[in-house]
Design a protein around this ligand. Sequence first.
Ligand SMILES: Cc1ncc(COP(=O)(O)O)c(C=O)c1O
Length: 384
Amino acid sequence: MKNIYFDNAATTFPKPESVTDTVYRYMRENGSNPGRSANKRSIEASEIVFNCRELLADKFGISNPLRAVFTLNATDALNTAIKGVLTKGDHVICCGMGHNSTMRPLHLIEQDGIIELTSIGRTQVTTADFQNHVKSNTKLVVINHASNVTGDVQQIKEIFEFCKNKGIITLLDAAQTAGIIDINMNSSNIDILAASGHKGLYGPAGTGILLLNDSFDFSTLQPLKTGGTGSLSESFAHPDFLPDRFESGTMNIPGIAGLAAGLSFLNDNYNESSIISHKAGLRDLFIEGASSIDGFTEYRSGEINTGIVSFNIDGVEPSRISMLLDENHAIMGRPGLQCAPSAHQKMGTFPNGTMRFSFGLFNNMTEINIAVDALESIVKKVRK
Ligand SMILES: Cc1ncc(COP(=O)(O)O)c(C=O)c1O
C-alpha cells in the first residue's frame, strides 16, 4: 500500500529532489563551517548561506539580505521576536487563532507580570478589532497569518497599516503561509516576519527564518542567545550588527543549503496562484467527496485557504479516525488540537479537536479519492 502524506502543515514531505541532493552534496563535498575559517570550503559555505539570504530577501520584499536571519524553526524566530522586543509595562495584541509558539511565550511573560496581553477572540480579525483594543502602551501586534487548524488566511494589510501609523511593531507568524501566499514585507508593513523553512518553503526540518524589514530598527530587538559568531572574537561583547546579533553558534548549514534549493524550486516552478489553485482543487475535491458521509463537518471561516481541511465525523473521535487511517489505509494526517487550543475553543471543537489533512504540492487527486473511500469504510465499520 502506498503511503499518503497529508501532514504538510507540520512539515512538507517529500522534499523536492533538488533539496535532498543539495543537502547530500554539501555534506559529502563541503561540510565546513562558514565564517569560522578562511579556507576555500569555509568561504564556499559562507556563499551558500549568503545565497539563501538573498533568495529570502528577494522573496519577501526586503532589500538587505543581511536582514534575513536563520533560526532553528518558526518557534525560535517567534520567541526571539516576542521576548526580544517587549519590556516591562508593554501591551501586546494577538489573535486567538494563534499557535502555541506565540501563545505560550506571550502568556508566560504576561504571567510574569511583564506585559499586558489582549487576545482577539474572533476567527477572522479586522482593523476595527485592533482599533478597539489599542492602548497608549501597545508596543506589539502579533498576527498568525494563517491558522494551522483551518488554513484560513487573515487579511493583514490594512491592520498593519493602522499599526504603522500608531508606531506599533508588527510581527507576522507566517509559518503556514511562507511559500504559499506572496508576502511583501515592505508593502504590507510587516516589521518582523517569522516562519519555518521546513513547511511551504520546502527546506529541511530544523530550519527557520526571522526576517527584519529594512525600516525596522533592529537595535530595539534584543538577542535571545549570545555566543560565538566568528566575528569580533577579541571581545566579550556580542556583535551588534546583522546577522551576527541573532546568529550565535554553528548554523544548520546543510539545512540552509537545502532551504535555498527549496526556494529555487518554488521560484522555478510555481507562483502564488498555481500553488493556491493546486491546493484549492485538492481541498474542494475532498470536501465534495467527504460531504456525503453522514455527520461530516468541516471548519472554515475565511476566503483564502492554504490547503488545510479540519473536520469531524459524528461519533468517531479524531484520534480514532487518525489511527484507523494510519493503520489500515497508510494515510497520515494530524488529529487533536494541533498546538492551537484557543483556536479550537473559538471553533467549539475543544478539547477533542479535529482531524486535519494538510495538502502539499506533491499530493494529487487520486490520493484524495483514496482518502474519501478510506473514511467511508472507517465510518461504516465503526457504526456497524
Ligand atoms: C501557525 C504556526 N506557527 C508556528 C509554528 C511553529 O513552527 P516550527 O515547528 O517551525 O517551530 C507552526 C507549526 O506548525 C504553526 O503552524
